[in-house]
Each structure stands twice: as C-alpha cells, then as structure tokens.
Ligand binder design. Structure first.
Ligand code: AMP
Length: 315
C-alpha cells in the first residue's frame, strides 16, 4: 500500500451498551442491552484507518481480551506488536444512549489495566510520520508523543471524562499537537464558551494549528488560520450504535492524510469527508462489526454520496 504508516494509541475495551430501542444482535434477536462488546478508541480508529493505510497500535489489554479480535486486526494488516497483554482486566466502559441515539450517559468507566500502563513503543514505531493520540488519559498520550522522533502530523482526540478530570495534563498535550478533534459539548466544556465559533477561536490560542468539532448527525466543522469548513454527515436510514463513530472518523481522516502525505487546508477538507464516510459504516451495526471488513472502495463510494448531498451547482 503506497501510504505512510500511522501510529495510534488509545483504549481497547469491553463496552456495556444500553439502547433506547430494541436492536437485533448477531443472531437476529432483539435486545436493548449488549454487554462485553469489543470497543475502545484505538480499536475503532485502527479498523477505520486500516482501510487506507498501515496502522501500528500502542495499547494494553487484559487476559480477558479475545485473541480472535487481535487476529482479525492482523488480518487487516494492523501491526499489533505494540499491544501489551497485561495481568488483569481489560478497560471497561458502560454507556446508555438517550432516545435520540446521539446523546449518552457514561454509567461507568473502569481503567483496569490502563491504570498502570506505561506505553513502550515497539522497534521502529518512533519514526512514525503520522500520530493519532486517541482518547485515553492525556498523560499517556503525552508519553507516547515524547517517544516519537520527528512526527509530520500529530492529532489528538479526547472526551469530557478527561477535560473535567485531567485539565492540566490535557493543556500540556494540546499545546504540542497539530490537530485537536473533539465534539461540540467538549469544545464548550474545554473553552467555557457556548458559541462554537468563539469556542473554536479560543481553543486555537492554546496551541493546536487546527481544530475539528464533531457534531454527530449534523456533521463536523474544521477550523484553521485559513478559515472554516463544514462537512455534513450522511443521511443514513439505519443508525444502530453510534459508539466509536468519533474514533472511526479520526481513523478515516488520518488514513486519508497518510495516503496523501500532505496536510494543507484543501487536503484537510477532503480528509474530513473521508472520516465522515468511514464513521458512517461504524454506526450501522453494534460495536466494530461494520468496520471489520471495510474496504477503501466502499469509503470512496460514500464520499461521492456526500459530494452529491452538498453539491450546490453553478449560478
Ligand atoms: P466514541 O463513541 O467515538 O466517543 O468512542 C467510544 C469508545 O471510547 C468506546 O468503545 C469506549 O470503550 C471508549 N471510551 C469511553 N470512555 C473512555 C475513556 N474515558 N478513555 C478512553 N476510552 C474511552
């Protein structure tokens, strides 16, 4: 594959999910609760990015994490040498979705093996040109960043849990990255400003060269010194489980940039649309199912649908 490699760090998890409406499981039975669903920010981002580019994952799993998932990742040419199997239980997250299937409450977060994790990069990983610091403790994101020699592009994702719980470590991280990806509520929480245009302006004074604000079914906004770009979300008929959509968006975006090897404003605009298309496959099934077989061509087809969705035409 003619593409630069992406190094990513993030969580690998078991998720316990509660949905507002009955949802078919793999056997076709309708359920509102799904326990022990394999997820995590690194898992989603790696699966999405691997449709575009070689991926190296730095993470930790417990003894209970299925080897079959790691095998499936390896089949997608994801380098799992940086995934440590530690004594203990895998990270666990429990979430309940509201009736809009967009907003959700975190009911429980158990760091488990991530509590004592010290990321050590596998040989060769330190020379990775693109780095995705996926959602995990910002101190761990920083530890990984410090081990990369001369990254061309550093992207970080985070969430309310860390914005509220680890503001100092997060501030140190944000000062050192090129692109921050957060959702609208997190942008408001981080900046203390409700208006998104002004929140974005304020966040850009803290270090990152550019910022993406994700707005779920309303698409996403990109901000840098050249201006603003809005990418719509695809209008999907079957949205089942939005868990991991943000991570899949980041994975697809980085994957596209890794293929292009350039990070200018115009390329970022197109990367946003590829991230959106990758995320659309994620939300159509529970957990990572929609991403496991994802091919580049499928993403490209959905990018065309997004183009048509927003084509205004000439005067
Ligand atoms: P997203 O829906 O894109 O925000 O990502 C959902 C994934 O993030 C789930 O699979 C969770 O396992 C994972 N996750 C939830 N909370 C955290 C956290 N505090 N740190 C790292 N990963 C998390």
């Amino acid at each position: 594959m003619d593409s630069k490699p992406i190094l990513m760090v993030g969580s690998m998890a078991f998720d316990d999910l509660e949905f507002p409406v009955p949802t078919p499981d793999a056997e076709g039975n309708l359920r509102t609760r799904f326990d022990d669903v394999v997820g995590g920010s690194a898992t989603y981002a790696a699966l999405a990015a691997s449709a575009f580019a070689p991926v190296r994952v730095v993470a930790v799993v417990g003894r209970d994490f299925p080897e079959a998932t790691l095998d499936m990742m390896r089949e997608r040419h994801i380098d799992t040498a940086g995934i440590e199997r530690a004594d203990g239980l895998t990270f666990r997250w429990k979430g309940r979705y509201h009736t809009d299937l967009v907003n959700r409450d975190t009911l429980d977060t158990q760091l488990n093996v991530f509590a004592n994790f010290r990321p050590k990069l596998a040989p060769g990983y330190g020379a990775s040109p693109l780095v995705l610091l996926g959602n995990i403790h910002p101190a761990l994101q920083l530890e990984v960043l410090e081990q990369i020699e001369k990254p061309e592009l550093v992207v970080a994702d985070t969430m309310n849990f860390w914005i509220g719980g680890e503001p100092d470590a997060l501030a140190r991280l944000i000062a050192r990255i090129d692109l921050l990806i957060i959702n609208d509520e997190e942008a408001r929480q981080l900046s203390g400003i409700h208006n998104l245009a002004r929140a974005a302006k304020e966040i850009l004074t803290r270090g990152p060269k550019c910022l993406i604000i994700k707005r779920g079914e309303h698409g996403s906004l990109f901000f840098d010194s050249e201006g603003v770009f809005a990418a719509p979300a695809l209008l999907l008929e079957h949205v089942v489980d939005p868990t991991g959509a943000g991570d899949s968006f980041a994975g697809g975006l980085l994957g596209f940039l890794a293929r292009r090897g350039r990070y200018d404003h115009a390329t970022m605009r197109r990367a946003m649309v590829h991230g959106t298309a990758a995320a659309s496959f994620c939300v159509e099934s529970v957990g990572t199912l929609g991403l496991r077989g994802l091919q580049h061509q499928q993403v490209t087809e959905r990018v065309e649908r997004i183009r048509r969705l927003t084509h205004v035409g000439d005067e």
